[in-house]
Design a protein around this ligand. Structure first.
Ligand code: C5P
Length: 218
């Protein structure tokens, strides 16, 4: 097709969000932050007083009233929720509902709709395996749990939010274990993905590797 989809999957704090935004800007592509949709669904449930394991969460995911502004900030029912959206607490709630097949199915069409010309950078856990299995370019970004917790810690502090490093390491481990070991759409590289471990590489070098991979694929 004439829409080029590039998938970037990986665990939290691997740097894929930042890299997805940089690649999208550089290539003039659209951006799908699929994690934000799971986070927004969790926030919407919380706001409506619906338990995360209640059947109603799937319908809520389907009818979510969300938009993203030009900077990628998320709005739920026209209210900017970006700060609360990015907390580790919201990430943990998102990971709980993300283990539910009905919620994943409810968000599928919405995610596919982001693939419009000239192209899309799709950031998540199952972009290359489930949502865009036919994407011509697939990347998987990894890094050690300690380094990922450290990056997330710096991000939170930069945003003026409170953070506790050792608690973050624990929370990130718990969330990753759940994401990697769930029955539906577990976090894993697609068989045809290029896997990059960013533990000891600066973000600029990772971006250069990604651009080289994309250039080689046309
Ligand atoms: O990427 P982010 O940290 O915002 O994702 C939050 C949570 O949403 C993840 O821990 C994961 O459980 C879930 N998620 C998912 N599939 C995606 C994106 C996110 O299951 N494509």
């Amino acid at each position: 097709s004439d829409v080029k989809v590039v998938t970037i999957d990986g665990p939290s704090g691997s740097g894929k969000g930042t890299l997805a935004r940089r690649l999208a800007n550089r290539l003039g592509f659209h951006l799908l932050d699929s994690g934000a949709l799971y986070r927004l669904t969790a926030l919407a449930a919380q706001k409506a007083g619906i338990a995360l394991d209640a059947p109603e969460v799937a319908a809520l995911a389907e009818s979510l009233n969300v938009r993203f502004d030009a900077d990628g900030a998320a709005y739920l029912d026209d209210v900017c929720v970006d700060d609360v959206l990015r907390t580790e607490q919201t990430g943990a709630m998102a990971s709980q509902i993300a283990a539910r097949p009905d919620v994943r199915t409810a968000l599928l069409a919405r995610q596919k709709a982001f693939a419009v010309a000239p192209g899309l950078i799709a950031d998540g856990r199952d972009m290359g395996t489930v949502v865009f299995p036919d994407a011509p370019a697939k990347l998987f970004l990894d890094a050690s749990a300690e380094i990922r917790a450290n990056r997330r810690y710096k991000q939170l502090i930069e945003r003026g939010l409170s953070a506790n490093l050792s608690a973050l390491v624990d929370e990130i481990r718990i969330r990753d274990d759940r994401d990697r070991n769930r029955a539906v759409a577990p976090l894993r590289p697609a068989t045809d993905a290029l896997v990059i471990d960013s533990s000891d590489i600066a973000i600029e070098a990772v971006e250069a590797q990604m651009l080289e991979y994309l250039r080689a694929r046309g």
